[in-house]
Ligand binder design. Structure first.
Ligand code: DGY
Length: 317
């Protein structure tokens, strides 16, 4: 265990007959700490903040499984693990709803300028209803959301957006099955068409070599000037300096970001912007029930893999 976890998780593993070595901290582990932790271990429960690279995997000579408490696994060298016969497992289902909920929260907060309106009142602003009042918002119902990535979270966001009266366009390596497309009245298109037509662009693809920096200056310039960009996936999908340029120059209207390219750091230029800019600290899955379900799944994944029936194995790209 590369982070301190609640007793029930340790008890589940020891009850299944495994000895547990746990780092007594919930701060991100250094590479040296991870190397020491995996020496002689058959399984590793890892977290999003761990860089499980080739050195860590090699140090764990007896390692059979790396089980991450996350859906995303771009922090793990999956190729190195596969080469050494180490399974990599994740928690793809546990956080779908919580992350989709946060996506909608960011969308609504950016569209209706919630942090700015909240700040307005707290800083002494008066409630004075008039036809055009300060900090007016954008409409959501009747507009089009472009879902980039047709996986579980993208689908859950589309369902929520549909309930808010939004039209759905989407991209995805393999599209939705016909019944889902029909349920959502969704139209599949290429990214360039999606960014040209959507009022909200929401990112739900994993971070890979192919998707890193996919939202660059050219894409941002192609978006509608009134559009919002929402990202609850991985920060490095977006060129953050180009995004700051886009917001400063009015290429797009606003953003809701839960993830950042250089976490734990947050891009200073984005931090300095407030108008229709809503930032949260990578909290898509941060509800008590969801975090518990993620840990329970990760523990279960280790036990299953060490018993020879691995589940929730990450897709090989
Ligand atoms: C994940 O699991 O990939 C999320 O980003 C964690 O909150």
């Amino acid at each position: 265990m590369s982070q301190r976890v609640p007793g029930w998780a340790v008890e589940t593993l020891s009850g299944a007959g495994f000895e547990v070595r746990m780092r007594d901290s919930d701060a991100p582990a250094s590479s040296d700490e991870l190397v020491r932790l995996v020496e002689g271990a058959r399984g590793m429960v890892s977290f999003l903040t761990d860089r499980v690279d080739c050195a860590v995997i090699e140090a764990g000579g007896a390692l059979e499984v790396v089980s991450t408490v996350a859906a995303g696994y771009d922090n793990i060298d999956v190729a190195a693990a596969v080469e050494r016969g180490v399974e990599v497992c994740h928690t793809p289902d546990a956080l779908t709803d919580a992350t989709a909920d946060l996506t909608m929260a960011l969308l609504l907060a950016a569209a209706r300028r919630l942090p700015e309106n909240d700040g307005f009142l707290r800083e002494g602003g008066r409630i004075l209803w008039r036809l055009e009042q300060p900090l007016m918002g954008l409409d959501v119902s009747g507009t089009t959301i472009g879902i980039v990535g047709a996986g579980k979270i993208g689908t859950a966001v589309a369902r929520r957006a549909r309930a808010f009266g939004m039209r759905i366009v989407y991209t995805g390596r393999s599209g939705w099955d016909r019944p889902i497309e029909e349920e959502l009245s969704a139209t599949r298109c290429e990214l360039d068409e999606l960014v040209r037509t959507a009022d909200v662009v929401s990112l739900h693809v994993p971070l890979t070599d192919a998707t890193r920096g996919m939202i660059d200056a050219q894409v941002l310039q192609a978006m509608k000037p009134s559009a919002l960009l929402i990202n609850t996936s991985r920060g490095a999908l977006v060129d953050e300096d180009a995004l700051a340029d886009a917001l400063e120059s009015g290429w797009i209207s606003g953003v809701g970001l839960d993830v950042f390219a250089d976490e734990p750091a947050v891009n200073e230029r984005l931090l300095a912007l407030r108008e229709r800019v809503v930032l949260t600290p990578h909290m898509g899955s941060a509800t008590e029930g969801t975090r518990r379900a993620m840990l329970a799944t990760a523990v279960d994944n280790v036990i299953a893999a060490l018993r020879g029936c691995a589940k929730n194995v990450v897709p090989r790209r």
